[in-house]
Design a protein. Structure first.
Lengths: 115, 117
């Protein structure tokens, strides 16, 4: 069975600084997707970034980028120039390729941003 | 990104009553929708997978007779909590998968907070 591990329950970052959220996963599949979702206090789940396992290039979305290490099964999220609005719970998620696959979430990490 | 709506956003009901929650994909057709339950400060727990035109697939430990799911069209899925009790109070989130454009990304509704008195 696939598992997603987010070992840090909480992190804090100074506004304008950079923070990295860690995530590891376990799978025997070769074709899969990885995601980072943000859940702010409104509790609306927002897709931050997505990575296809077959792509070697790390995904980037503005201030958000990932460090995808397939051999190590690691998928960390880097937030640059942190803003107060980045404060939220962040979930790492895995899904194998295929029509009937399901998302497997990590436990999440609460990120606070200090002004 | 794609939009998924959920209604109502908040509901308070008496114990023993049934509550229906609607989930709609507004700008794409979703052959698959998912229903999650989330407790405060915890991760999302998948309850069931809903496929249009067929019976929902429930996760282990989820009572299918208590949580009725109907996926009547490619843009609408409903979750009915039957004979609700205080322990059913939670935050329920639906999600829809957009299979078009090669993205196959899952989008989430804003959630429904259910309080059973």
């Amino acid at each position: 069975a696939q598992t997603v591990t987010q070992s840090q329950p909480e992190m804090s970052v100074q506004e304008a600084e950079t923070v990295t959220l860690s995530c590891t996963y376990d799978t025997s599949e070769s074709d899969y997707y990885l995601f980072w979702y943000k859940q702010p206090p409104s509790r609306q789940m927002i897709l931050v970034i997505r990575q296809e396992a077959y792509k070697q290039q790390n995904a980037t979305e503005n201030r958000f980028s990932v460090n995808f290490q397939k051999a190590a099964k690691s998928f960390s999220l880097k937030i640059s120039d942190s803003q107060l609005g980045d404060a939220a719970m962040y979930f790492c998620a895995y899904r194998r390729a295929g029509a009937n696959s399901k998302l497997t979430f990590g436990k999440g990490i609460t990120l606070s941003v200090r002004p | 990104g794609a939009v998924v709506s959920q209604h109502p956003s908040r509901v308070i009901c008496k114990s023993g009553t049934s509550v229906k929650i609607e989930c709609r994909s507004l700008d794409f057709q979703a052959t698959t929708m998912f229903w999650y339950r989330q407790f405060p400060k915890q991760s999302l727990m998948l309850m069931a997978t809903s496929n249009e035109g067929s019976k929902a697939t429930y996760e282990q430990g989820v009572e299918k007779d208590k949580f009725l799911i109907n996926h009547a069209s490619l843009t609408l899925s409903t979750l009915t909590v039957t004979s609700a009790h205080p322990e059913d109070s939670s935050f329920y989130i639906c999600s829809a998968r957009n299979p078009s454009g090669g993205t196959d990304t899952q989008y989430f509704g804003p959630g429904t907070r259910l309080t059973v008195l």
